[in-house]
Design a protein around this ligand. Sequence first.
Ligand code: CS2
Length: 475
Amino acid sequence: MSTTDRLSRATLSRVPEPSRPAVDPASLRPRLVHLGIGAFHRAHQAVYTEAAEAAHGGGWGIAGVTQRSRTVVDRLRPQDGLYSLARREPGGPAVQVVGSVVEVLHAVDDGHRLAALLASPDVAVVTITVTEKGYRWDPATGGLAVGDPLVRADLAGAPTPATVVGQLVAGLRARMRVGAPISVVSCDNMVGNGEITGRLVREYAAASGWPERDRLLDWIDSTVAFPSTVVDRIVPATTDADLRTAALALGLRDEGAVVGEPFSQWIVQDAFASDRPRWEAAGVTFVPDVRPYQMMKLRLLNGAHSLMAYLGLAAGCETVADVMDTPWGEPVVRAYTAEVAATLTGGLSAEAYTDALIERFANHAMRHRLRQIAADGSLKVPERWLAPLRELRAAGAQTPMLELALAAWARHTRDGEPDDPAAARLSQAWADRRGADAVRALLSVIGADDLAEDDSLTAAVAAHLADPPRLGSVP
Ligand code: CS2
């Protein structure tokens, strides 16, 4: 079949009826700016926003902003922001065009348009998915990485800021003149993502040297909200085969196609500054405090993901489902989640959550590559493992699975050519060092000097490094 014609508003009527968007894109305008319009946003918040609009209206369109590469702009702009999501049901994909993205921008090349949108009273919400490293923060202090070259360049007055925090603060500075409230909603995998974002924004404004910075800080305190959220949906990177599946279902080429698992969840702190899409109509849960949900998701799902990634890559597996096919996959995940579950609060059931995880991880319709999960370990490991590790050790509990996990990550930093912003420092930790010395140096790189001083921990991790587990007999 020839699918040279591309999905766009002009060709949308050729898409089979059941796959068409739930909203008429022409009825929307940018009322929400999203920073980091990668596959995850398109398979998650954009879908909730479309469903909320379909249920309640309000004209909530999304202006999606990509940070570095222009690829997303080149894929989505010729398609008027339209793309399809394939839900990877075990019995075959269900493909649906999503209609909520109405504008696609590049943060720097289209920086003036971005600033104008952030200042516009018509825009009431900013959502963010830029991964942990996009915040340019120092996980050891929780503060802005002021030594980061891009942060420095933005603070020195780059005309269109290249960092997310720089873009936000420049937008808020312009917005202060019109005075309209706004909510900035981080959707990245960090405990207290709203508080972190608020802190980074304030630190950046304070460091800006602008004459009106004190007034800006007061205005941010009184008028800008930073709700925390927990997002969950497994979204592997789109492959050529996924693009072919989309084209087949739509009868049109779709270069913006994304795939996601059937499961999806969004927990949002009910603390907005003003108007927002009626996401509750789309199944979003609003709660006063997202922390118990965030800890459960980060420590159980993401923590198990990272563990499977580092163990699985070393064992020659390619995807999460491959790991679940091994005799050790499920027992390792269960032993890990049982160990970490002791740190969870809030009365949520870790057992039920784990059972559901096992099923999600084993979904063979997903090809979720371990390499994708293993990336940026220096920023993921502290959130996922070190926080529970500290709590368990402070309580005198045994931590065999977290030790095994750290050893698997340490081995990956030594042998696995990690894709990580701290790659050079991680490899330096291995220069002239072995065993527990190397483990101490690695822990220091990721801001965990306290754990580096825990001799029984570093010795246990080093023992696994010296004698890698025969995975069939993992504890
Ligand atoms: C994964 C997450 O790449 C990773 O590090 O653990 O992207 C994970 O798939 C999502 O958080 C699931 O909601």
